[in-house]
Design a protein around this ligand. Sequence first.
Ligand code: ATP
Length: 776
Amino acid sequence: MSDTDTSTPAAETAKTAEASKESAAKDIPVPSLGAGIEEEREYVRALYHRLDELREEKEAQLTQVRSSGAVGTMQNVSERDAFATLYEDRLAQLNAVDDRLVFGRLDLDTEETRYIGRIGLTTESRQRLMIDWRAPEAGVFYQATAFDRQGVRRRRHLLLKRREVQGLEDEVLDAALLQETQENHGDGALLAALTARRTGQMGDIVATIQAEQDRIIRADRSGVLVVQGGPGTGKTAVALHRAAYLLYAHRERLKSAGVLIVGPNATFMSYVERVLPSLGETGVVMSSLADLYPGVRGVEESDPRVAEIKGRLIWREIIADAVAHRKRSIAGPRTVMVEGAEVTVTPKMIKRGLERARATGKPYNEARATFVKVVVKEIAEKLERQLQKSSAGNDADRSYLVEDVRTSRDVRVLLNLCWLPRTPQNLLEDLFSKPGYLADVAPSLSEQERALLRREPGSPFTLADVPLLDEAAELLGDLDETAGREEARQKAMREKDLENAKKAVENATAQLEEMGIEGFLNADDVVALNTESGPALTAAERAGVDRTWTYGHIVVDEAQELSPMQWHVLFRRCPLKSFTAVGDIAQGSSPSAAASWQEALEPFAADRLRIEELTVNYRTPRIIVDLAERVAAANGLDTTSLRTVREGEHEPVIEQVEESELVTATTEAVTAEQKRLGEGLVAAIVPERLIGAVREDLIATFGKRVGRGAGSMTQDVVALTAEEAKGLEFDAVVLTEPAELLDEARGRIGSLYVALTRPTHALRVVASRELPAGFR
Ligand SMILES: Nc1ncnc2c1ncn2[C@@H]1O[C@H](COP(=O)(O)OP(=O)(O)OP(=O)(O)O)[C@@H](O)[C@H]1O
């Protein structure tokens, strides 16, 4: 296809007919039911050939569109940018799905064969080569069982390494077929995935999604879906695949509104960041709870009591009162100087301004603009009357007076005294550094609680401050009253440009489809991608920097940790209340962690709550889960007993050492695990107090192989606190001084339970103190 093709419609039709005759002859033969690995390899090569072809086409189109001022029917720069964005997006998607492009094959009762892969692919002549895993026709690949075949005779897993088929795994569901074909047995695709070495970066599970997970992934978008599941049951994996599924099934709506994925911290976000791109989806916003307020990264709140207080919903009222508190009239008349003239401002004049501003119903800073306008006008009129009087009725034009009043220093001071312009940051800073102010607006907090909140001005904002900043921003509104107008003007201009772009894309849609790949952006998507902020920013990028952006869906991981205020902020960002929240009530360790999902979500979505449960642990072997469950039970934590996929080969090892040896013993334990595994990722989970020393000691032994947080491919040793280990997993874990981890969490067993369930293969405990109950 060429954007500059000027052939007549008749000539075009003739050409297309010829082309499809030619390509029909080139239909790619689908390997038969009895096909072995060589035939499958050939087919997979054909799939990659098609992928490469599409990629080349896209690259050529992109080069062409970039190098030309205006192409074909495109009339302006905006159109060109829209096309460039479209091609770049598609190219990024085609590149992202290269690794293990295809993973499944279905043979059906109808004799139809379907290949299942990361995206849908068709030839130019519309032969369907591969189906997107999210398409309805692919659903049976995950759902069919021997008891409920759903028309499936055989499910075949194609095990690829990069582009190469390395093996086949067959599950024959139709008994009659067992006689006819030779089954390919192996380790099992699922087991192979589960025992594979960890890299420090989460991978997708698209090839081996299990039926109970698939049902959740494809569940209806509306309402709040809570997925409760013990450690390692695939909650994070399911949440991310669900985001990809929803983007596929509701592309129109979600591509422009965006999907937000929220996780507990930056380490976790970088652990999961590659999953969605590997599924061909890039249009999501990922944010940790600390980053939800643009421009601020909340630091850890060091006192859990403070975090708990700041998590309460009463802050909606406290902040509303704090905002209202800074509006007041004056006690008596005040004289101000305007360009050498004295004017007396009366409380009545101020009151009229306050009332008019209040009547606008706008947020604080925006209503202040009305207040300023009204009072300035009142003063100017009074001044004019005075001048008229003193110049004996001289009716000269005195329209300049308004500007004189506005710029008078006295007037500005007076206006600020009555109605101070505020930012969320300075409002919070005042609340926490001025005890009198807090006492006035937060009578519901005890004196002791207020004392705990006290801090010096200039202290960094914390994780627990983030929702309070957001609440304040909502009530304060935009500080710069002119910003909105300029934005509106630019928006109108862009809308006009984009209407043209949309027309151009529509013209080309038919041709785009012929490129043979499903799920292309349509004209609306292109417009949506470009509206308001120009072609350089995608919807996701714009949403990420805009606090007031409302999303089409929000996914929350480790949702049990959220405080009521954090939920409050998230619900504001999705007025549709379309949520997927995954977590484990038993793993709760934050001071605001909820005791039940109902309790956590009732204030926001009582009638829209659905709870699903995942019950199989895919990560941790039985022998380690047994220990974790024993420790949990002995410490009064109520966990549902998990089924596990693997028994495990390595019994947990417990070493008792002297206090002074803790650090070196940790390094030795890491070394021992490294040796035992041969290759893989080993984590030392240690108390906060020891993290620095352990890291240093590990670096002395392992050098650059040591990383903190989610390691990259080259880092195979990491040292973290229990809090940081949340949601992550490692081939082996060395757990240092569990009794201290329990102290750190003020006796809450949740984070120790989390630490014990991180390994995929082995666990070693190093302790100097007495072990918490349940370890022996
Ligand atoms: N169907 C599956 N196929 C292959 N691997 C899977 C499957 N389901 C889960 N896993 C793997 O199991 C591990 C645990 O999954 P995940 O991290 O999503 O669990 P989780 O429930 O979020 O755990 P936690 O609550 O302990 O953080 C991951 O390595 C994931 O890739």
